[in-house]
Design a binder for this molecule. Structure first.
Ligand code: PEP
Ligand code: MG
Length: 886
């Protein structure tokens, strides 16, 4: 018979797949003798069996659950539902990968009309007993019975008002008793049934609900964002309760063994005295920093810091620990690998190597490449004055500017319209996740550094400020005030998540730099990786930035971008509109020195590293004005200035635009097809490259231009273009007397090129896989339309797991890449191969490129650090066949 239920002393941290992260860690902590309240874990397989049985708990799972419950009761010396000395338990979800706050939890299970009296007598604290019971009714009703918490909150609010209380601690035992009665009435009214009194019924209903919560909306969204597979299921942890709300010698808190925001090696956390479980994370009361626990409960603090040290050493990583103090006794409720900002991830990884806790390879695997762009975010330019509105807790670093919105849906709507928004809320809940995704930053007036908003924003690398109590938020009136200042919906704010400062208006920002630790980690990455990392850079400035970020060359210089400059576009247009070759040559002669200057700048920035320059790729109409706008202009001029030269010019333009108009421009006259029909354009570009190279060589600089022909589908295209470039090269070398070290290669970006790569490689010194076009042409999806039209739905309906324009489709497009490399190297063993599509800056695609034997990846300058790390991880993973820790 399959084992579905494990007591905490039957598992260990290696059983994450079965017990979920939380269950595995509870078992591990039990094993190493930490004070963990005892319990058992119902496995993720049980969750899957539940779904397979049509959302019913299979009888075997029920049997094993009851058997484990009996063992738990034995161990605790208490029984669930015992009217004299009842066992109370918590029922919590716990997936394989942590999904904080996304699924459901129920505390104080086992409370009913009888047991509440026993708890009141045993604790000699009826106030505590009734308060616990009402919490249970509210949580259970919300999660299991689907009664909206609003009804309970509303009643409590009215009662507080009626009695003139400012906060819950003022409520007496009698008040809570009254609340319990009213809550039961609310349940009766909304469910037409009594609140369930039988604790075993409560238990199984709760287990059902936790299994169901695996598929609630927010959990699904979270999984999609974090790429967690849907089939894993969640485990359920049933654990005996300890209480942090029995009085002032009790409390509950959350702490990280190191600062999750900066990585600093100091205990970091917060707690609330006389509070229960979720109060800290829920962000309803603003907690106290952990350091003050030392004054309030010195012995507990000492024991806690020792436990933190022990747990960090045991797991060799920064831990996020939940604890409760019940009548002066410390209990550890959970430990897990702490989520952290990129800055903290790097600092902790580097520190732990220096402290001898982990080796460099492990350190490299500890930082998620996707997180690194947080560090490449802008920050506020210190030169500009900050007119401070107010300050909150610096919950997640980075700076942002945006319009204020007060709800998650609005954040999403405005952001879809291209607006930048800052989500301002009293606190956030997991239901706000789509708003947090859409916003530039989040500000809350309540809650601490471990509140939901803070944890989620840090994970996403968004700026966040929490606990900003000076904000008086009026959600209904869509405004907030700070003192006398009122900020309305749509007003612009700037926030600095690293200092907690909130400013009105927009403040200029500056580009980020790499910290010493970051540089060190990247230097370790460079020692490990076997694949080169280059950048896609189209001008000297981008090339300089790329070089600074560690690019070892330019993998793609899109020369068309050099044509887009406002001073150059009229010349480009003249070239396109030319009626004869003389006119065209004149325009090209004007363009040549401009391109040459850019190439010189790029060569200089790359200091002798190879620079791949692609000859013109886009269809010519992209350099002309929009057809519809031209029609409007021409019509207007015909009516107002029928004889003007302006009209003549516009008519001429319109004629040309119509001539160049295509049904499918992406499959039309572009790429090397331009060079075939207008060789003079490619000749001008080739000459500009050679002149620039000659000039640099003359100055004593080592230059290695790699001239790349785009969109080749047939070897004969490349043969012709190669000849064209070679002739130009010879002419310039003869003319200048300078020998230039150059190569000629092609992009592989249509399936036919990949399939006939053996033929093409005979004419090419290198291949660069243009996976943007290759994805477009392999799927037959227009890269300009698919993402806006149907791809999202495809991903939601799981037709596709990922957006193939962002993450390389290894099974399809990837197969063509593999084929291309293998066939190419068959006829040309020296063939150099790289990738320059967007996928060159995406970690999974980079790993694939390494496995496929590519020599380098090329990506935008800001992704170069990411690519360096991802390339190192690919090497380490392949060598050690270890799995990454994120
Ligand atoms: C590609 O197609 O992958 C590529 C890099 O070229 P572009 O995006 O300019 O078409
Ligand atoms: Mg392309």
């Amino acid at each position: 018979m399959q084992k579905y239920v494990y007591l905490f002393n039957e598992g260990n941290s290696g059983m994450r797949d079965v017990l979920g992260g939380k269950g595995a860690n509870l078992a591990e902590m039990t094993k190493i003798g930490l004070p963990v309240p005892f319990g058992f874990t119902i496995s993720t397989q049980a969750c899957n069996a539940y779904y397979q049985a049509g959302k019913k708990i299979p009888s075997e799972v029920e049997k094993q659950t009851l058997a484990s419950l009996a063992r738990l009761e034995e161990r605790m010396g208490k029984k669930l539902g015992d009217p004299k000395d009842p066992l109370l338990v918590s029922v919590r979800s716990g997936a394989v990968f942590s999904m904080p706050g996304m699924m459901d939890t129920i505390l104080n299970l086992g409370m009913n009309d009888e047991t509440v009296e026993a708890v009141a007598t045993l604790t000699n604290n009826p106030r505590f007993a009734y308060d616990s019971y009402r919490r249970f009714i509210q949580m259970f009703s919300d999660v299991v019975l689907q009664v909206d918490v609003f009804y309970f909150e509303q009643f409590l609010e009215e009662l507080r008002e009626e009695k003139g209380y400012a906060a819950d601690p003022e409520l007496t035992a009698e008040d809570w008793q009254q609340v319990v009665a009213a809550y039961k009435e609310i349940v009766r009214k909304h469910t037409k049934k009594e609140f369930p009194q039988n604790p075993k019924d409560q238990l199984f209903l709760a287990i059902n609900a936790v299994f169901d919560s695996w598929n609630n909306q927010r959990a699904i969204v979270y999984r999609r964002l974090n790429k967690i597979p849907d089939h894993l299921g969640t485990a359920v942890n049933v654990q005996s309760m300890v209480f942090g709300n029995m009085g002032n010698d009790c409390g509950t808190g959350v702490a990280f063994t190191r600062n999750p925001s900066t990585g600093e090696a100091v205990l970091y956390g917060e707690y609330l005295v006389n509070a229960q479980g979720e109060d800290v994370v829920a962000g309803i009361r603003t907690p106290q920093p952990i350091a003050t626990l030392e004054d309030e409960m010195p012995e507990v603090y000492r024991q806690f810091t020792e436990t933190c040290r022990q747990l960090e050493q045991h797991y060799n990583d920064m831990q996020d620990i939940e604890f409760t103090v019940e009548r002066g006794k410390l209990f550890i409720l959970q430990t897990r690998t702490g989520k952290r900002t990129a800055q903290a991830a790097i600092q902790i990884a580097v520190d732990m190597v220096e402290e001898g806790i982990i080796d460099k390879k492990t350190a490299l695997l500890r930082v998620d490449p996707d997180q690194l762009n947080q560090l490449l975010h802008r920050r506020i330019d210190e030169k500009h004055e900050r007119v401070l509105l107010t300050k909150g807790l610096p919950a997640s670093p980075g700076a942002a500017t945006g319009q204020v919105v007060f709800d998650a849906d609005e954040a999403e709507q405005l952001s879809n319209k291209g607006k930048k928004v800052i989500l301002v809320r009293p606190e956030t809940t997991p239901d706000d996740i789509h708003g947090i995704v859409a916003a530039q930053a989040v500000v809350t007036s309540r809650g601490g550094m471990t509140s939901h908003a803070a944890v989620v924003a840090r994970g996403m690398g968004k700026a966040c400020i929490c606990g900003c109590e000076a904000l008086k938020i009026d959600l209904h009136g869509k405004k907030f005030s700070v003192g006398d200042t009122v900020i309305h919906y749509g007003d612009v704010l700037t926030i600095d998540g690293s200092t907690g400062e909130i400013m009105s208006g927009e403040i200029p920002m500056i580009e980020p730099e790499l910290s010493d630790e970051f540089q060190l980690l990247l230097a370790w990455a460079d020692q490990e990786r076997k694949m080169g990392v280059r950048a896609n850079a189209d001008n000297p400035e981008d090339a300089r930035k790329a070089f600074e970020f560690g690019a070892e060359g330019v993998g793609l210089c899109r020369t068309e971008h050099m044509f887009m400059d406002s001073k150059r576009i009229p010349i480009v247009q003249k070239m396109i509109l030319a009626e004869d070759s003389e006119e065209r040559m004149a325009a090209l002669d004007q363009l040549l020195p401009m391109q040459q200057g850019d190439f010189e700048g790029i060569f200089e920035a790359m200091k002798g590293h190879p620079v791949t320059i692609r000859l013109l790729d886009p269809p010519l109409h992209e350099f002309l004005p929009d057809k519809e706008e031209l029609i409007i202009d021409v019509t207007r001029l015909q009516l107002t200035e029928p004889d003007s030269p302006e009209l003549h010019k516009k008519e001429q333009l319109l004629r040309k635009v119509r001539q160049l108009d295509e049904f499918n421009p992406m499959l039309g006259h572009r790429g090397c097809r331009l060079g075939m029909i207008h060789p003079e354009i490619y000749e001008m570009q080739a000459k500009a490259i050679f002149y620039a190279a000659a000039k640099m060589a003359e100055k004593g600089m080592n230059v290695n231009p790699e001239i790349m022909i785009p969109l080749v589908g047939h070897v004969n295209e490349l043969k012709k273009m190669r000849q064209l470039v070679t002739v130009c090269g010879k002419r310039v070398q003869d003319e200048t007397g300078i020998e230039i070290n150059y190569t000629i290669g092609t992009m592989i970006e249509v399936p036919r090129a990949a399939l006939t790569a053996d033929q093409i490689a005979e004419e090419a010194d290198f291949f660069s896989f243009g996976t943007n076009d290759l994805t477009q042409t392999t799927f037959g999806y227009s890269r300009d339309d698919a993402e806006g039209k149907f791809l999202q739905a495809y991903i939601e309906q799981k037709v596709l797991q990922e957006n193939p324009f962002a993450v390389l489709d290894q099974e399809g497009v990837g197969k063509l890449v593999e084929t291309g490399v293998q066939l190419g190297r068959k006829t040309n063993p020296q063939l150099k191969a790289g990738i320059c599509g967007e996928h060159g800056g995406e970690k999974n695609s980079i790993e694939f490129c390494y496995k496929t034997g590519l020599d380098y990846v090329s990506c935008s300058p800001y992704r170069v650090p990411l690519a360096r790390l991802a390339a190192a991880q690919a090497t380490i993973k392949q060598n050690k066949a270890v799995y990454s820790t994120f």
